[in-house]
Design a protein around this ligand. Structure first.
Ligand code: PLP
Ligand code: COI
Length: 342
């Protein structure tokens, strides 16, 4: 194995094993009843799928993303995996799929880590082992409706930072012509369909040198999400983040909110008008992949306005970034019990 850990980007690298488990069941009076198989590891990354599977036809697919860290003490830590397991359950229920029991999620996760432990990057390379749990409908069904058979898979891949340059600033452009999610749509679920349907906005933004900032789909007035990440703004002593039915409840954001409170900041979750960016000193996107990616500017092409935050990451978000990474890499005591040592 010859991996240059420190130059890895956010790309798939082939590992030794994936882990799989299957659900077979039936719908009885609106309730899905059935059983999960035990998880098993396999070297075969190819999954035979029926051409009429509900995952392929009707988008019955949800996923997760979490990181495995090699700490300063050499120990292996997984960050808040139970929150990912519970969010995957919520996503599954949202798309009328069989939720993966937390115990099964944990067994599969531990198995995929054990089987791929040689791919856990060394400390201080900036790389981690990324786990991508996936759940999809495997039953053939032409009639429009949910299936009753599902496949749970965890793929593992060592990855580098989502945005190259580690703690690097990103620019966003507003798009009022493409919505990521309807107000009461699937935005709060981690459904693959949310991403595919956003590509025409995110790819247009990339071509222009930006990432895409999504606004609420009803008024196009309030900030929803930063591409595939939550938004955070710092206004004086306040940590501001949007409240919306259409955004994914980010585990990173939830953690940062607690750390921000500890730092003495006032934490507020509410609707945030786009123009409020003018009153903020710092802004960032946050998520598992990038942790915190400071925003240097947001461009609103419809009104030809640019909101500038400066080319350098601001002091408050920089502090929060290090506070969180210190916990993830075991450099400070994990007083919140967020890390599971494997
Ligand atoms: N928002 C979207 C749309 C995402 O895909 C993600 C990534 O998982 C996030 C926010 C950040 O969530 P988390 O911090 O749990 O990774
Ligand atoms: C994240 O993990 O922060 C994400 O944005 C998920 C994305 C890579 C699908």
């Amino acid at each position: 194995m010859d991996i240059d850990w420190s130059t890895l980007g956010f790309h798939y690298t082939e590992t030794d094993y994936i882990v799989r488990a299957s659900f077979h069941g039936h719908w009885i009076n609106g309730e899905l009843v059935g059983e999960w198989s035990a998880p098993y590891a396999t070297r075969n990354k190819m999954i035979p799928v029926h051409a009429a599977a509900t995952g392929l036809q009707y988008g019955q697919q949800v996923f997760e993303g979490l990181k495995v860290f090699r700490g300063v003490d050499g120990k292996v830590r997984v960050f808040r995996w139970k929150d990912n397991a519970l969010r995957m359950q919520a996503s599954a229920v949202g798309l009328k799929m069989a939720p993966v029991p937390v115990e099964l999620f944990e067994l599969a996760m531990r198995l995929v880590i054990a089987k791929n432990k040689r791919f856990i990057p060394p400390y201080q390379t900036g790389a981690t082992l990324y786990l991508r749990p996936i759940l999809f409908g495997s039953m053939h069904r032409i009639a429009v409706g949910p299936g009753h058979d599902f496949e749970f898979v965890i793929v593992a891949s060592p990855i580098g930072p989502y945005y190259p340059g580690k703690f690097h600033c990103t620019s966003f452009i507003v798009n009022r012509r493409v919505d990521r999610s309807a107000l009461f749509g699937t935005g709060a679920f981690k459904a693959g369909g949310n991403y595919g349907s956003s590509f025409r906005a995110t790819e247009t933004a990339h071509l222009a040198g930006y990432d895409c900032l999504f606004l609420d789909s009803k008024f196009h007035r309030y900030i929803d999400e930063c591409s595939a990440a939550n938004f955070i703004g710092i206004k004086g002593n306040e940590y501001l983040t949007p409240r919306s039915t259409a955004i994914l409840p980010s585990i990173t954001n939830k953690s940062l909110m607690m750390l921000a409170k500890k730092e003495g900041l006032k934490v507020t979750r509410r609707k945030i008008r786009l123009e409020e960016l003018a009153d903020m000193q710092e802004a960032a996107a946050c998520g598992t992949a990038c942790v915190i990616s400071p925003i240097d500017k947001v461009y609103d092409p419809d009104h030809e306005i640019t909101y500038n935050f400066g080319a350098e990451p601001g002091p408050i978000l920089t502090k929060l970034y290090h506070d969180l990474q210190d916990i993830q890499y075991g450099r400070v005591r994990d007083t919140h019990h967020w890390c599971t040592i494997i």
